[in-house]
Design a protein around this ligand. Structure first.
Ligand code: MG
Length: 419
């Protein structure tokens, strides 16, 4: 079998309300590039990539010169063709490789009439548990709904998500407001949804590496009594994580400073992080994540799954990954419940008891809804990209690290952004 064409289509799908994070904001929508890899046997595979609010169409078109004529089963050869570790210093193609790996696995599954999880070793679970991913949110630019800024709004939002989707693990994305205020928010959340002596629910906090080490140690020591899954990326860098870990009594997790095998090796040799959040995009595909999970198993590091803002295709990669690794002992993260729609047939996948069923169809087990792709491609053409690493209400703000230039929790403004 040979690859005959690579097509890429940019879509933008609205989210309920703009999601605020330590380095900026998702401005009311996700921009994703949908990739279709075609073959001479008439089988087409699907991939997906983010890109910080920008289209990646041209990057995929540029891959045709490398991959037309390539056998999609030769995945390791594809890695060295387009993401050789030294050549890639010039072009950083890991995320592009990931989307193409998804598509090639989808092709192989369709050709062999098996789900991707069977190619990867077979599934150990039928459903993957997810955490409620709680963000501070600006009000919806159209109708003002969905704001999460005050403690009461956060608790109400978390309770609504729990009752709607059944989450039992809750992640708060911080690094937006000053740490004392976010501590109040996190404690209120844990209080409202219960601790291990009540509901069994667990919690995780992630300020996206925006703090100084001393700030992280202070915050970590204030939350030691909560049933924390882990404390995620309080600081940037393996050494700062190691210094924090020496003084805070809970596991530390990262999706920031261990995102490749070199960093994983460094963390094994001189441990700074307890739990590695694997991301099928950041690591260059589902297979590298399975390999990394194997290293984590060997050295008994924890494994969780990171979300980089997925539509249904990428969510499927996360589900197949979650199905096959034996050491996924934490609920996965997903932005997915913030979306208002999806571009796959059947609409958004559903949560049941906080879990999503692993697709059982051949390949990734998802198909494009062409009408939705056309609709959200038109929306992308109308709205364009957005700067993921800018705050729409603080245009002159720079997210320095460590940050001290926090947003004001009393600022009630609604951003005027296209939606
Ligand atoms: Mg994170």
């Amino acid at each position: 079998m040979k690859i005959t064409d690579i097509k890429a289509t940019t879509v933008t799908v609205p989210i309920e309300a703009p999601l605020r994070h330590a380095a900026g904001c998702h401005w009311g929508r996700f921009v994703r590039t949908i990739v279709e890899v075609e073959t001479d046997e008439g089988i087409t595979g699907l991939g997906e990539m983010g890109g910080g609010g920008e289209s990646a169409e041209s990057a995929f078109r540029a891959m045709k010169g490398y991959l037309v004529g390539h056998d999609p089963a030769n995945l390791e050869e594809m890695r060295f063709k387009i993401a050789n570790p030294t050549a890639s210093l010039y072009n950083n193609r890991t995320q592009i490789l990931a989307a193409l790996e998804f598509a090639c696995l989808d092709i192989l599954g369709k050709k062999w009439n098996v789900p991707v999880y069977d190619i990867l070793g077979g599934k150990l679970q039928d459903q993957v548990p997810f955490a409620s991913y709680l963000f501070f949110r600006y009000p919806n630019p159209n109708d003002g709904s969905g704001e999460v800024r005050t403690v009461d709004q956060l608790v109400a939002h978390a309770k609504e998500l729990k009752s709607k989707h059944g989450f039992t693990s809750h992640k708060l994305k911080g690094g937006v407001f000053h740490p004392e205020y976010e501590l109040q928010c996190y404690r209120a959340l844990a209080e409202a949804l219960g601790t291990d002596t009540q509901s069994g629910d667990s919690f995780r906090f992630d300020p996206n590496a925006s703090w100084s080490t001393e700030q992280a140690i202070w915050f970590g020591q204030q939350i030691e009594d909560i049933r924390n899954d882990y404390f995620e990326d309080p600081v940037f860098g393996l050494h700062a994580m190691r210094r924090t870990r020496e003084k805070v009594r809970m596991p530390l997790a990262t999706n920031t400073v261990v995102v490749n095998f070199e960093q994983l090796a460094a963390n094994v040799l001189n441990t700074a992080v307890d739990v590695i959040l694997l991301d099928t995009t950041f690591w260059g595909g589902i297979r590298p994540c399975v390999k990394a999970a194997g290293v984590c198993e060997t050295f008994q590091l924890g494994v969780a799954v990171h979300s980089s803002g997925e539509l249904g295709i990428q969510l499927a990669t996360m589900l197949h990954l979650g199905a096959v690794i034996p050491n996924l002992t934490f609920a996965a993260d997903a932005h997915y419940h913030h979306l208002t729609d999806d571009i796959i047939e059947g609409g958004r996948m559903r949560y049941d008891g906080g879990k999503i069923k692993v697709p059982n169809g051949p390949g990734l087990g998802v198909a494009l809804n062409r009408d939705k792709v056309a609709e959200y491609n038109e929306l992308y053409k109308r709205l364009g990209g957005y700067p993921y690493d800018k705050d729409p209400l603080r245009p002159d703000w720079t997210p320095v690290v460590p940050n001290t230039r926090w947003a004001d929790p009393n600022d009630e403004r609604r951003p005027e952004i296209p939606y």
